[in-house]
Design a protein around this ligand. Structure first.
Ligand code: 4NP
Length: 169
C-alpha cells in the first residue's frame, strides 16, 4: 500500500527530474519500500513530451547503476497537486511555477530538492543546475547533488512512514 508519494519536477523532465526519479526509486527499492513509496517525475515545459531522458543523463546515471530507460517526459498536471504528498523542484524557477499552478486546497508539500542536501560542500548551493545547455561535466555534478539530497529525503520519508505506523497502530 502506498503511504507516501513523491514527484520530482524540473523544466524539460529529460535531465534532472528523471535522474532524481531513477536514483530515488533505486534507493526506495533497496530499502524494501517499493510498495510504500510511489515515485514519479514531471516537467513544467512541454518541449520533450513523451521523450526518453537525455542520453547524457542516462549514460551518467548508468555509470552509477541507475536505469532511466523506462522513463518518459510528461507535464505537471493540476491533478498532481492532489495525488502527491511531496512535489520536489530542482530549481527556484520550477518551484515558482509549481506554486503558481498549485490549487489552494492542495495538501502537497512543495520544496526544493536541495533543501534536503546534507553535504557541507553543497551548503551554499540551493538549486540543481540545468545541465541541458552546459558541458558534459555538468551531468556528474547533477548526479552528485541528487544522490546526496535524495538519500536525505528518503530518511525523512521513512521517518514519516514510521510515525504514521505508530499513530495508526
Ligand atoms: P531538465 O533540462 O529541466 O533538467 O530536463 C532541460 C531539458 C530541456 C530543456 C531545458 C532544460 N529545453 O529547453 O529543451
Amino acid at each position: 500500500m502506498v503511504r507516501v508519494s513523491v514527484l520530482f519536477v524540473c523544466l524539460g523532465n529529460i535531465c534532472r527530474s528523471p535522474t532524481a526519479h531513477a536514483v530515488f526509486q533505486s534507493m526506495v527499492d533497496d530499502a524494501g519500500l517499493t510498495k510504500a513509496i510511489y515515485v514519479d517525475g514531471a516537467g513544467t515545459g512541454d518541449w520533450h513530451l513523451g521523450h526518453a531522458p537525455d542520453a547524457r543523463s542516462s549514460a551518467t546515471a548508468a555509470e552509477r547503476g541507475y536505469d532511466m530507460s523506462a522513463l518518459r517526459s510528461r507535464l505537471v498536471t493540476v491533478e498532481d497537486f492532489s495525488t502527491f504528498d511531496y512535489i520536489i523542484a530542482m530549481d527556484a524557477d520550477n518551484l515558482r511555477n509549481l506554486r503558481a499552478m498549485c490549487p489552494p486546497e492542495s495538501k502537497a508539500t512543495l520544496q526544493l530538492l536541495l533543501d534536503y542536501s546534507r553535504h557541507p560542500e553543497y551548503d551554499a548551493v540551493s538549486e540543481v543546475p540545468d545541465p541541458y545547455y552546459g558541458g558534459e561535466d555538468g551531468f556528474p555534478h547533477v548526479l552528485d547533488l541528487i544522490e546526496d539530497s535524495t538519500a536525505a529525503l528518503l530518511t525523512h520519508v521513512k521517518a514519516e512512514i514510521a510515525t504514521a505506523s505508530v499513530v495508526q497502530g
